[in-house]
Structure formats: C-alpha cells, structure tokens
Design a binder for this molecule. Structure first.
Ligand code: MHF
Ligand code: KIV
Ligand code: MG
Length: 271
C-alpha cells in the first residue's frame, strides 16, 4: 500500500488504547480543524463555542443546530482525529430518550465519532441508554459549565465534601459505559484519585497531569481569546497579537493606497 494513504481516523476504541497521553483541543471551524488535526488525537466541538465564537456569557444558549453546523465543519476539516461533539444544554437532561434523539441526529448529520455530555450520577442511566444503542459517550464531571448557575460561577470544585461526590460521579459515569471522562476545574488530588481508581480514560482541563489526556479550548491555547483566562490555560502561542499586527498593516496600506498594488490588479496600465 502507498505510504501516502491517509492515516485511519481515531475511534473511541483506539483512543482508549493509546500508550501516550491523549492530546485533545476544541475546534469549531474547518480551517482551524485542518491546522490542529495533524497534532491531535481528539478534536472536541465544544459548546464553549457559544462563548468563544458567538460572544455569549455562558454556554446555555447554544443550540443543536449550532453544534451540527460546527460539527460538520470540523469533520470536513479533519482526517485523523476522533471528533466529539458536546450535547447542548436542555437537549439531553430530560430523559434517556431525549438524549438519544439529540445524539443520533448529531451523529447522523455530522459523522462525528462520539458525543460528550455533562453530568455524573444523575446522568448514568442516560449514558447507559446511549452506549447500549451505538453511541459512544464521553462524560464530563467536576466543573460543569452548563450548571454555572447552580455552581454559582465558573469556579474550581472538589474541596471537602465535594471530592467524594465527584469520585462517585466518575465511578457512575464509567460503570454506565462512557469510554472517557473529561474532568474540569477540580482540585488536583481529586482528578488524580479518579484517574487512578476508574478504569476509563480521563481527560483533564484544570484537573491533573495524572489524567490520561489533556484538553484545552483551541483559542485559549493559541492566545486568540482573552475575555477571560482560567488559571488552567497555558498560551502556547500569541496569535491575537499577530492578528492585531496584520490588521493594522492592512489598514495602513489601504489608507495610504499602497494596497492593492499592481500585483493585485488585473489589466492595470503600468505607471
Ligand atoms: N475560552 C473558554 N475556555 C474555557 O476553558 C471554557 C470556556 N471558554 N467556556 C466554557 C467553559 C467555562 N470555563 C471556565 C471559565 C472561567 C473560569 C475561571 O475564570 N476560573 C477562575 C476562577 C477559579 C475559582 O474561583 O475557583 C480561575 O482563576 O481559574 C474557569 C473555567 C471553562 N470553559
Ligand atoms: C472545554 C471542554 C471540555 C468543553 O466542554 C467545551 O469546550 O465546551
Ligand atoms: Mg462543553
């Protein structure tokens, strides 16, 4: 076989079998997916897109149609990463049947490999229902942004009594059949203990280096988002500053009539 044949796309099964930590980033668009895909095992179309792409102040206003449109864009732009899509707020919590309908629509219309949903013990029955019916599921525990109003803000969880609750959430989600669990904004020892105790892949964001993988919002990692910066974000680039520089150079060139130059014009008499 030619060595130029595209690598096969990661699946939930192949992710769980990786020997090295799972590399995950969010992506929302085709061009960003094309750039990130070669480096990632998992691309997550996160409902954080409501805040990052649409300027909302929480993820609660994100719709299934938005997730499908951006999910299609990311599947088109990727070749080898597994693509996961977040179930939006209000589209899965009511019943296992509601969750199945939403998930099946998202999977069928995007070609994504799995869905992710927020919740612990209370979502175990739903996770079981989905995984028994052909839908691979990633759980999401710790800070659950869709529960921002019950958390009382985007804050680190897992102090004191909360630690035991989050451990129980992890156990319940794993037993229900999730192949992976995102652990967000927890005290480090909690995420470490879960990663050691629970037999499924853990993917941390503000959690622990002991997790089986790590995820960040792509725009946070690239320095393209600055409305807020959680402590768990590390900027591996400063693309916001690059965009500012390029836009300033373009504006200057237009205002001075340096752009467009002869090279950008068709049939302009040479001066
Ligand atoms: N761009 C972006 N990055 C994210 O990681 C992200 C989103 N958007 N939108 C959805 C949720 C919201 N998230 C957030 C948002 C803010 C904090 C934050 O500001 N945390 C503070 C306070 C911690 C505390 O009080 O305990 C911090 O310093 O980390 C954390 C997670 C994570 N998710
Ligand atoms: C940050 C990740 C885990 C997420 O759920 C999102 O981007 O919506
Ligand atoms: Mg999310």
């Amino acid at each position: 076989m030619s060595k130029h044949v595209a690598a096969k796309r990661h699946t939930p099964r192949s992710l769980a079998a990786l020997e090295t930590p799972v590399v995950a980033l969010t992506a929302y668009t085709t061009p960003m997916a094309k750039l990130l895909d070669p480096h990632c095992d998992l691309l997550l179309v996160g409902d954080s897109l409501g805040m990052v792409v649409y300027g909302m102040d929480s993820t609660l206003g994100v719709s299934t149609d938005m997730m499908i449109a951006h999910g299609q864009a990311v599947v088109r732009g990727s070749q080898q990463a597994c693509v996961a899509i977040d179930l939006p707020f209000g589209t899965y919590q009511q019943s296992p049947q509601q969750a199945f309908q939403t998930s099946a629509g998202i999977m069928a219309r995007t070609g994504a490999g799995c869905v992710k949903l927020e919740g612990g013990v209370e979502m175990a029955e739903t996770i079981h229902f989905l995984t028994q019916r052909g839908i691979p599921v990633i759980g999401h525990i710790g800070l659950k942004p869709q529960a921002v109003h019950t958390h009382g803000g985007f804050r680190t969880v897992g102090r004191g009594d909360e630690a035991e609750q989050i451990m129980q959430d992890a156990q319940a989600v794993a037993e229900a059949g999730a192949f992976a669990i995102v652990i967000e904004s927890t005290m480090e020892p909690v995420a470490r203990a879960i990663s050691e105790a629970v037999p499924v892949l853990t993917i941390g964001i503000g959690a622990s280096p002991a997790c089986g993988g790590q995820v960040l919002v792509g725009e946070d990692m690239l320095g393209l988002f600055s409305d807020f910066t959680p402590r768990f974000v590390k900027r591996f680039g400063n693309l916001g500053a690059e965009v500012d520089k390029a836009a300033a150079a373009y504006a200057k060139a237009v205002r001075s009539r340096e752009f467009p130059g002869p090279e950008q014009c068709v049939g302009m008499p040479k001066g």
